[in-house]
Design a protein around this ligand. Structure first.
Ligand code: SF4
Length: 355
């Protein structure tokens, strides 16, 4: 078995998080919240930027025990054809969405690299920001995706506990722990501008996961200092297959983890998805979280025709409409931001001034 990279076991990279997450700090949650809120306000202002996921395909070659799309599930399989992708994107645009995250399962002959590349090309024609959450790729493949308009990738390590990782990933390409761990760097090497990382909370002991995640973020920020790095905090949700998480991650711990990341890493985007309840999402907006998914469907497609959805990867908890969610943000005097990125500005940052 290959050795772990030195940064993953370098406690110095997560010492501040360790202090913030120590059991004796549990009583100071309100104080941590106030500190996180002040930092968020100072660095980001009163905004939350919004994106929406579009599942392109639920075919998968892997057997992740916690996922409704694992290849042993009986759920019907489907992939969007290119004309359907165009229509789904148009339906998303009609909701005001300008930032799309395209998702697939692990690489299969039905949804392989060329399929994803064409989907990115189509999305980049209408969405100012296009990211993918799919299978790990080579540097050359990431370079091609970047040239087609892909600006970011999301890839969760799921768990940083290598032994648990082996047990939870029963078969398929995702069994390779190190290949997945190195994926964000391959993407950045290929010219992708931003990477999103995270651990699926509940799979392993949560404090250990938070510390390993912090080391990963610090390593990426130090090595790729021009890149954008964001952190997500997904908790396991009910799914086809009925996996029950081995560890409980309650709201109080998750809130403390979010505040600790904001205090320790003031400048990075912290992301919260519709896996979380409306109450929790509303509470976290402005207290550290700066980016949220909205109006999410976790079925293949689903924006165009809610009658033909089929199986989902997991159940969403916050199913409010885009309009209702934005209204909730505004009630808290937080501005929902649908677009803060324009590909037209991708050119040189300095220009000659003619006299
Ligand atoms: S988590 Fe991803 S790779 Fe694993 S079974 Fe689900 S879709 Fe496939």
């Amino acid at each position: 078995m290959s050795a772990l990279p030195a940064w993953l076991t370098d406690n110095a990279l997560s010492a501040d998080l360790e202090t913030l997450l120590a059991p004796e700090r549990d009583g100071s949650l309100e104080q941590l919240a106030a500190e996180a809120q002040a930092i968020t306000l100072r660095r980001f202002g009163r905004i939350v930027s919004l994106y929406a996921p579009l599942y392109l395909s639920n075919f998968c070659s892997s057997g992740c025990v916690y996922c409704g799309f694992a290849s042993d599930r009986k759920a019907p399989r489907r992939r969007l054809e290119f004309d359907e992708i165009e229509k789904e994107l148009a339906a998303m645009k009609a909701l005001g969405i300008n930032d799309a995250l395209l998702l697939t399962g692990e690489r299969t002959s039905v949804a392989e690299f060329d399929y994803l590349r064409r989907a990115v090309e189509i999305a980049a024609r209408v969405m100012p920001r296009v990211a993918v959450e799919a299978f790990p790729m080579t540097v050359a493949e990431y370079r091609t995706l970047a040239e087609c308009g892909c600006t970011g990738i999301t890839i969760y390590q799921e768990t940083y506990d290598r032994n648990n990782y082996s047990e939870l990933h029963r078969w398929g390409p995702k069994q390779d722990f190190l290949e997945r761990l190195e994926t964000p760097e391959r993407a950045l090497q290929g010219g992708i501008r931003s990477v999103g990382v995270g651990a699926l909370l509940g799979l392993s002991e949560p404090v250990g996961e938070a510390l390993a995640l912090a080391r990963h973020v610090r390593h990426l920020c130090r090595t790729w200092w021009k890149a954008g790095v964001s952190v997500s905090f997904p908790r396991i949700r009910p799914q086809e297959g009925g996996y029950q998480p081995a560890y409980t991650v309650d709201d109080r711990f998750l809130a403390r983890m979010i505040f600790a990341f904001r205090i320790a890493m003031p400048d990075i985007d912290l992301v919260l998805s519709t896996r979380e309840s409306p109450n929790f999402r509303d509470g976290m907006a402005g207290l550290g979280i700066t980016r949220m998914s909205i109006a999410s469907r976790t079925t293949v497609g689903g924006y165009l025709d809610t009658e033909t959805q089929g199986a989902s990867q997991f159940e969403v908890s916050d199913d409010r409409s885009a309009e209702a969610f934005c209204q909730a943000l505004r009630t808290k005097e937080i501005e929902p931001v649908f677009k803060n990125w324009d590909p037209a500005y991708n050119g040189p940052v300095t220009q000659e001034v003619s006299t």
